[in-house]
Design a protein around this ligand. Structure first.
Ligand SMILES: Nc1ncnc2c1ncn2[C@@H]1O[C@H](COP(=O)(O)OP(=O)(O)O)[C@@H](O)[C@H]1O
Ligand SMILES: [Mg+2]
Length: 212
């Protein structure tokens, strides 16, 4: 489970997260919502150990995501809001992912096909040079192949056309249920079949949290 206690994050004097308390348990499939700048991505980055908290703490199954980064990240499938500037070719990226996570290459290619990303003709191409939608599809394919106990997606469909969004939601629905999922989304209607809890943030605070 994810246990967040009194979590505050400041950048200089600007407060991005303001004393968040939140427990996410096994079986919670969460839509995390709220306006731009609410602190959603900052919260996710703290869960993943990208930032040090200014105050408070995050524990994932009792582990600290900064001090025990490798163990924590082993169980998490994550797709970021903005694709990272990876300079590897798709072929190199796939083999890197397979080596570091024990996923089979065929699994990634399977999910890429399901996302209608035509991978074979693009294997030699740099990830960096793909279109925004293709990058997103590739990262989604890797994350689905990964089958993490915890899945975290930060606005994964922002760059996708409606058909690709449908494919993504179909695949999520058909996945074996992870222990926990956390989706940052502005489209609750699309998510309602795969979530059972909705959390709203604004100005660095949780303003609503309900089971549905
Ligand atoms: N690395 C950073 N440096 C400075 N300010 C940041 C940084 N990351 C986020 N912020 C600020 O924190 C606030 C929350 O941002 P963010 O978590 O990205 O919101 P959301 O994902 O809900 O749109 C914003 O005011 C943003 O400008
Ligand atoms: Mg964000």
């Amino acid at each position: 489970m994810i246990a967040i206690k009194n979590l505050t994050k400041k950048f200089g004097n600007a407060i991005s997260l303001d004393g968040i308390n939140l427990d996410i348990h096994k079986g919670d499939y969460v839509a995390l919502m709220g306006p731009n700048g609410a602190g959603k991505t900052t919260l996710i980055r703290l869960i993943l150990g990208y930032y040090h908290p200014t105050k408070g703490e995050v524990l994932i199954n009792g582990k600290n995501p900064i001090k025990e980064r490798v163990e924590v990240l082993q169980n998490i499938s994550f797709v970021p809001q903005l694709p990272p500037p990876i300079k590897l070719s798709l072929e190199e990226l796939i083999s890197y992912v397979c080596k570091s996570t024990q996923i089979q290459k065929e699994e990634i290619i399977h999910y890429a096909k399901e996302m209608e990303l035509d991978i074979e003709p693009n294997l030699g191409k740099s990830f960096f040079k793909l279109s925004g939608g293709m990058k997103q599809k590739m990262l989604i394919a890797i994350s689905l192949a990964r089958k993490g106990e915890i899945i975290i997606y930060d606005e994964p469909t922002a760059n996708l056309d409606p058909k690709a969004r449908d494919n993504f939601h179909r695949l999520l629905k058909n996945q074996n249920h992870p222990n926990i999922s956390l989706f940052v989304t502005h489209r609750l209607d699309e998510m309602k079949d795969i979530i059972n809890r909705q959390i709203y943030m604004d100005l660095g605070k949780i303003i609503d949290d309900e089971k549905i």
